[in-house]
Ligand binder design. Structure first.
Ligand code: CO
Ligand code: CO
Length: 452
């Protein structure tokens, strides 16, 4: 999911004094890492700071213990996915029976924060956190489990989605896979937010409602934005599919822009600087469609966001264009969804069409007069709490004739509506998104996979 900013002109501001931020290219040295954190790790249980689930130490502590020579592979473990069924129905807990889920892509901090990689104090922080209760936000295993579900589900859906399928089939394909792999269990584990399957000029927040008859066509540009949560730790990650190669360059621009945002993210990084870097990457691309050249534009009123337990939008925004707010920074312990949107249109979205996405507004207590609205709120509290939901999720819980009650909750401010967000008709938009965590010792791109 994403958020919109009530934003005026994204003017460039004169640079003032520098806050330390990563400026160099952050490259993960895959060779430093021995990512055996998956199944069959017979060294489990030994006293090794790195084996308690805290992390794969960024400084390569584990190397001493494990010298098994494996062909050098990409960082993100793909173990387990080979035993996945098609469609995916094998829970990831069965594929990783020791409960240690693969670490995402780890990147050392740079500049004034480079000390963190080897800092005994910061490593101790991570180690202690991992010994706390499994629901502690610092126990990265919950979010890694959610990320592994995301990778395995998206592998299947990206290979399987084809023109001619209905949008409902596509959304349900994602959701059925997610529920099975994460072993959906009330508010403990499940879908993180409604599956976005926004098409073409619609950039975000479209998922079909009951009765939707839209069918995917071969000229469509489809954004698949879905979420998985374990104990409220949400992985929010998105990719774009196209079937007509004339839009390849647009996808490439957005993918590169998101990777720029991921690369520039770090402790003490200024959010405005990240936005400026993203915009620079995005807008260095052009795409030629049917003989017309379009400069790719970053959609200036869409942003990434931080994520808190059970809250997809934690209050900080990651802009994708330059802005003048130099005070907002990323901090140790933050979880962020870094997402960017590129467009061949004007680079600005507005509410468009029938709403499907909703979420409870945190901490709003207002008297409700309508009895139906009260019972609907009970359902929402029980099944979603503050996690976003859509009308289809209410339908499958057996709720009927709730539209007026839902409108009532929205009008009271208890529930917020997130209508589809579209650029101008006829243009195309694309999106890529990753979830990152700013650990004390390193940055971890938890949702990184072989695909994006
Ligand atoms: Co998001
Ligand atoms: Co998203």
């Amino acid at each position: 999911m994403t958020i919109t900013v009530p934003q005026s002109d994204p003017q460039d501001v004169p640079g003032t004094e520098k806050v330390p931020k990563p400026t160099k290219k952050l490259v993960l040295d895959a060779d430093e890492e021995d990512d055996d954190d998956d199944e069959g790790d017979e060294e489990n249980g030994k006293e090794d700071a790195g084996d308690d689930g805290a992390a794969c130490p960024a400084d390569g502590t584990k190397k001493k213990k494990k010298k098994k020579k494996k062909p050098k592979k990409k960082k993100t473990a793909e173990a387990g996915s080979s035993k996945q069924s098609s469609p995916p129905r094998v829970p990831v807990s069965k594929l990783f029976p020791n409960g240690n889920y693969p670490c995402g892509e780890e990147t050392p901090y740079v500049g004034e924060n480079s000390y963190r990689t080897s800092s005994a104090e910061k490593r101790e922080l991570e180690r202690l956190a991992a010994q706390e209760d499994p629901d502690s936000p610092e126990n990265y295993n919950s979010i890694r489990r959610a990320a592994e579900v995301h990778r395995q589900v998206r592998k299947y859906v990206s290979e399987t989605i084809k023109p001619g399928m209905t949008m409902t089939e596509i959304a349900e394909m994602v959701e059925d896979g997610t529920r099975a792999l994460v072993e959906v269990d009330g508010l403990h584990r499940g879908i993180g937010f409604p599956t976005g399957v926004s098409l073409n000029h619609c950039a975000a927040h479209y998922t079909p409602n009951a009765g939707d008859t839209i069918v995917l066509s071969s000229d469509d540009v489809l954004k698949v934005d879905f979420g998985v949560h374990v104990s409220g730790r949400i992985v929010d990650s998105a990719f774009t599919l196209n079937f007509n190669h004339k839009y390849d360059k647009l996808l490439e621009a957005v993918r590169a822009a998101t990777n720029t945002g991921v690369r520039e993210a770090g402790i003490d990084a200024r959010l405005c600087d990240i936005g400026a870097s993203i915009q620079e990457t995005m807008e260095s691309y052009e795409v030629e469609v049917d003989g017309k050249v379009h400069k790719v534009k970053a959609i200036r009123n869409l942003t990434g966001h931080n994520i808190l337990p059970y809250h997809i939008h934690g209050g900080k925004s990651v802009p994708i264009v330059a802005n003048s707010d130099e005070t907002a920074i990323m901090e140790e312990g933050d979880h962020f969804a870094v997402e960017t949107f590129g467009s061949t249109g004007r680079g600005y979205v507005m509410d468009d069409g029938e709403c499907s996405h909703y979420a409870k507004t945190p901490d709003v207590n207002k008297p409700i007069r309508l009895a139906r609205a009260k019972t609907l709120l009970n359902t929402i509290n029980k099944h979603f709490d503050t996690l976003p939901f859509c009308k289809r999720y209410l339908d499958r819980l057996g709720e009927t004739r709730y539209y007026a009650a839902l409108d009532n909750l929205v009008n009271l401010g208890i529930v917020q509506a997130y209508p589809p967000l579209s650029d101008i008709q006829g243009c195309m938009t694309a999106q890529y998104e990753h979830t990152i965590i700013l650990r004390p010792t390193c940055k971890e791109v938890v949702s990184r996979g072989d695909d994006y």
